[in-house]
Write a protein that binds this ligand. Structure first.
Ligand code: AMP
Length: 215
């Protein structure tokens, strides 16, 4: 299955992708996770991305598209099915992605739009915590790690992303509305869009999604 997960920050794309990865064994490709890994390793790409990420702005299209091309074409990630999470974020990225996938003969089958309301988004993002080592997701109220600050899965450090503060969240929402929301109609025009109510719990959403794409 070849999916792209769309929706605002905090809609639950990463959480849903984690559940689907376990259920379907699909490759989970998150540009945010890849960029944070580059930042952690202090690579030239990580250093370039840092300023954009910390300000809640988008990393330039050509940088992220090259990264995805490298994963899909060079790294063979398109192989047995994939879930793209956080890419594309602009219409330019969506068009470039289609070109890359067309060459590989692995086009997107479903674009899943996770529609979520602002109060839910804010509650999710301000309480979100993440493992620095394996990117497992937690929430201080909804899903705290068993031992505070320690990942249940790998024992890595659980921390708060520097862009998950109220001010940067506001910028990220503005950026989303201006650049990313318009690409929903791009996929609608291709007949690939499925809209889901993402205020729901991730497990319920997973069940609804599985039924929707089985139709
Ligand atoms: P995420 O983990 O998906 O919330 O992404 C975190 C940050 O990484 C975003 O706020 C952007 O600064 C950057 N980023 C991730 N994916 C992209 C993308 N497709 N295009 C541009 N910037 C991105």
């Amino acid at each position: 299955m070849r999916l792209v997960l769309l929706g605002p920050p905090g809609a639950g794309k990463g959480t849903l992708a984690g559940l689907l990865k376990d259920q379907l064994g699909l490759a989970h490709i998150s540009t945010g996770d890849i960029l944070r890994e580059e930042m952690k390793n202090n690579t030239p790409l990580g250093r370039e991305a840092k300023q954009y990420i910390e300000n809640g702005e988008l990393v330039p299209d050509e940088v992220v598209t090259k990264l995805i091309d490298h994963k899909m074409t060079g790294g063979g990630m398109a192989g047995d099915g994939y879930m793209l999470d956080g890419f594309p974020r602009t219409e330019q990225q969506a068009q470039d992605l289609d070109r890359i996938l067309e060459k590989l003969k692995k086009p997107i089958e479903h674009a899943i739009y996770l529609d979520s309301s602002l109060p839910v988004i804010i509650q999710r993002l301000t309480g979100r915590r993440i493992c620095r080592n394996c990117s497992a997701l937690y929430h201080i109220q909804n899903k705290p790690p068993k031992k505070p600050g320690v990942c249940d899965t790998c024992g890595g450090e659980v921390y708060q992303r520097s862009d998950d503060n109220e001010e940067t969240i506001k910028t990220r929402m503005d950026v989303y509305m201006a650049n990313t929301k318009p690409i929903i109609s791009y996929y609608e025009a291709q007949g690939k869009l499925q809209k889901l109510d993402a205020d729901k719990d991730a497990k319920d959403l997973q069940e609804i999604l599985m039924k929707t794409i089985a139709r």
